[in-house]
Each structure stands twice: as C-alpha cells, then as structure tokens.
Design a protein around this ligand. Structure first.
Ligand SMILES: [Zn+2]
Length: 484
C-alpha cells in the first residue's frame, strides 16, 4: 500500500505527497474523479521512469540479500572479503558495467580470538564483551584487576599521568541518538583513543561502554588506534546493559574487580581491494561521477546496514539506469571500497592510485549509513552548479527529500577525494536506529526495509542521472577542505 501510494505520488509529480496522508489541503489524488491533481513540479520523463522502476523494484534489497547471505561477514583482508570482491565483479558485470576491475592494496590483518569478561567482586557475574579492532591481546589466562572508573573519555584525558598502574580502566559515557548520527563523533573518542590515554597512565587494560544507542546485550566493535610511543594495552567494549551494571555497582561506592580475556591476533599484511566499474559517458566520458559503498564489514554480524546496503544502493542505482536504457552523458563510476572499517584504507588507496585523474572526478558520493529513508540532499558544490543540484532536490521533494545547508564529507570513503578537491554530494539518510545495530552481531539482513531501501535507489538514480545530464561545471567554485 505504501509503495502504491508513492508511485501515485511520482506520477503526479507532487511536492506534498509525503505529508498528504496527514494534511487535507494537499491531497495527492482527487477523490471525486480518481484523477491525479496538477503537479507542483514537473519530473522529466527519464526521472519519472527511474523513480517508478526503483520504487516498484527490489534492486538494492536483492543485492544486499545476496551479499549478506552468500558471503556473510567480510572483515578487512579476510578470505571472505576476497570472496566479496569476486561477488562484486560478477554483479558489476551482470549489471552491464564496463571496465570492471579490482585494484588491490595491502591491509594490516587482525583476527578476533577468545573474548570473555566477568565481575569477580563484589557481585560475581559475566559481562558481554568484544575486542575493538586492532586491539592487542591480554595474556591467555586473562588479566584480573581493580577497575579505575571514568564516567567519560574527557575525565580520563584530564586525569594526571600515571596513577593507574595495573588497573583496568572502565570508560562509561552514553551516545546520544540522532537522525543524522551526530552523537557518533563525540562518543567515538573513547573507542579510538581510550587505550592510548589509559596506557599513558599505566593501566593494564581498558573496557568501554559500547559506542551505540541500543540497550541490547550486544557489544559494538570498531577500529581503535595506538599512539606509537605508548604501550599498546588491550581494549574491549561492553554491551550497554553490562556497562549499566558496572555503573550501578560503582555508584554504590564499591571497589570492583573484573577479569578480562581478549586474545586477538595480528596477521601481518594481507590483500584487500576496491572493485570498480563504469558506465562510460556518451558526451563527456572523461568527467567522472563516482558513487559507491564499502564492501568490507565487521565480523560480528553480516554487515547488512554497514555497509551491504550501501553496496546494494550504489550498484542498484547503476543497474537501474542500465536496465532502463538510459545513457548518461558523463561517466558513472561505481566503487565497492575495501577495508573501510579499519581506517578508510581502500579510500586512500583509490585516491593515491587515481591522483592524476582526480581533476576529472566532478562529483563523488557514498552510501554508508544503513538503509533508512533519504530525507535531505547536501553538497559542497557552490555557485551556478549548485542550482543544478537544487533541481535534483526538487525532483525528490515528493519522496521527502529537502535541501540541507552545511558541509558534507560525501561519505567516509569520499573524504580523501573531498580533501583533494573533488566536489561532494550526499543524500542524508535517517539513521536514528543505525547505531542500535552498527558493528554488532545484530547487523543482519532482516533489519533492511524493502520500501525504504527502494526509496534510496529512487533518490540515488535521480541524483546520478540529473547530475550527469546538467550542463554545468561542478568544479567551478572549489569548496574548502574539511578535517573530518
Ligand atoms: Zn560503514
């Protein structure tokens, strides 16, 4: 029913369809005659065709289902990530993309081992824990120590050096839920730098409250980093309810002892790679519009929202253009980036390998925020070319997409391109629940909503097609670099 409603909306080219279920003054369909009322904004025949086909189709949904079912988890550098590259090559070719190729690069291998934690005193019980990516190991028999408690990362960073000798640091602190994921950056500091700050002060190990917004008993993994001159101590994340448990015991003024066992291993350099395919432009083949997602995932779930969906959406968009016989003027390049999770390794490898042709990359965008509905368009493009992109937003308004001011990275894997001067564009997705699942065993295919991911493809196909056709220079007014 929801799908039919959206299709009617598109046929009508109405601006108010999203709200018409609630508002009586902007009715999508004239109920007396069954006729569709006059459009407020006229879609081009190509855009109308693309949107109808996207909303009636299951392009991204099927690709995401295939990737997560037939491959599953795709840890950077793993045999599964290599299989995912083969999968992508097959799917890129099946979609009709040209020049399908894999560009390999090395990545530092790391695999998870045993991971257990328990409260020894005062109230013995098990804790759900997972190692952060890149963490060093505890001794095989684990480490048992008193907890040094820091309510937030800032509290730890402000503590004097030394004084935590042999203790296990616990960093609590909650992440705020937000539609645009704004709480992630601040919450993520303890994940990235918690081990370094605790190591500087002599601690034996660290546990953090997971960077996430759920209250389920799933810990969230994610990459951490060591500072070179600081002893690398092991670091794990506790599920939110387990962190709550520690918070409550510590609030009683008790001395808490825990035991932590994490035995991940470094594997040395392994092979990773980016899969690339093009729809060669008919009039401006040298001008590249790059779209993509990342092929790797964390190893706990099957990487459906992060980022199977982004692979499905970007490749599904190219598939939709090709199967509808639309031939873009500019080249549309789809990139399935490897090893995003462990530090944008594929993104930096792409930017380095293509550095001499980045001047020909006229726009770039990645889908890497799940499969929630697109609600806004953001771009770094300024000046005259921005008007062409506003036209895209007008063609998406009936799908609930507004124009949003402010900067955009274009997506994590676009950052190196963006900082090399490539204009970025991003379709902002509703990620209110994204960090409930992100980097947990719960990131699985059942979380993908068929209609919402189809709306993404409709929006992406509209964006890519119209951006390709517009007779403007996207690079005329260069944007500032950002430090994301
Ligand atoms: Zn991701």
């Amino acid at each position: 029913m929801k799908k039919l409603f959206l299709i009617l909306c598109i046929s009508a080219s109405l601006t108010a369809c999203q709200n018409s279920e609630q508002s009586s003054d902007k009715t999508a369909v004239d109920k007396s005659s069954g006729e569709i009322s006059a459009p407020a904004y006229k879609l081009s025949p190509e855009v109308q065709k693309l949107q109808e086909a996207a909303l009636a189709g299951t392009h991204a949904y099927d690709l995401t289902e295939s990737l997560t079912t037939e491959i599953g988890q795709r840890l950077a550098g793993s045999p599964q990530e290599a299989k995912a590259r083969e999968w992508a090559v097959d799917k890129f070719k099946a979609a009709g993309l040209q020049n399908v190729r894999v560009e390999t690069f090395p990545v530092r291998g790391w695999v998870r081992g045993v991971e257990t934690a328990e409260i020894i005193a005062p109230y013995p019980q098990n804790l759900e824990v997972t190692a952060l990516g890149g963490s060093s190991a505890t001794p095989e028999e684990g480490v048992e120590a008193e907890i040094a408690y820091f309510p937030t990362f800032e509290d730890l960073a402000a503590a004097p050096e030394g004084g935590l000798d042999g203790k296990i640091v616990f960093i609590s602190g909650r992440m705020e839920k937000a539609h645009d994921g704004a709480g992630y950056g601040p919450a993520n500091q303890k994940r990235r730098s918690g081990a370094t700050e605790a190591g500087k002060r002599g601690a034996a190990a660290v546990v953090i409250r997971s960077v996430g917004t759920d209250s389920h008993r799933f810990p969230h993994t994610g990459q951490m980093r060591y500072q070179e001159d600081v002893k690398p101590i092991p670091i794990g994340a506790l599920s939110a309810p387990d962190a709550d448990q520690l918070d409550r015991i510590l609030a009683r003024g008790e001395t808490v002892r825990i035991k932590l066992t994490l035995t991940p291993k470094e594997l040395g350099p392994l092979e990773s790679g980016n899969v690339i395919g093009d729809i060669i432009g008919t009039e401006k083949p040298d001008e590249i519009i790059l779209i993509g997602g990342h092929l790797d995932s964390w190893d706990l779930g099957t990487g459906a929202v992060d980022d199977g969906a982004g692979i499905g959406i970007s490749l599904g968009t190219a598939q939709l253009l090709l199967e509808n016989g639309l031939k873009p003027k500019r080249t549309i390049r789809v990139v399935a980036f490897g090893s995003e999770e462990v530090g944008l390794v594929g993104a930096f490898a792409y930017a380095e390998k293509h550095k001499d042709e980045l001047i020909n990359h006229v726009l770039a965008s990645e889908s890497d925020f799940g499969a929630g509905k697109v609600y806004a368009l953001r771009t770094t493009v300024q000046g005259e070319a921005r008007d062409a992109l506003i036209e895209i937003q007008k063609s998406l308004q009936h799908l609930g997409v507004a124009m949003e001011d402010g900067d955009t990275s274009g997506g994590p894997d676009i950052i190196p391109l963006r900082n090399a001067g490539v204009p970025a564009i991003r379709l902002q997705q509703d990620g209110y629940d994204y960090f409930d699942l992100h980097h947990t065993p719960d990131d699985t295919f059942d979380k993908i909503d068929k209609d919402e991911i189809a709306q993404n493809v409709a929006a992406w196909a509209t964006m890519v097609w119209m951006a390709s056709e517009a007779d403007v220079d996207y690079r005329a007014a260069p944007a500032q670099t950002i430090g994301e």
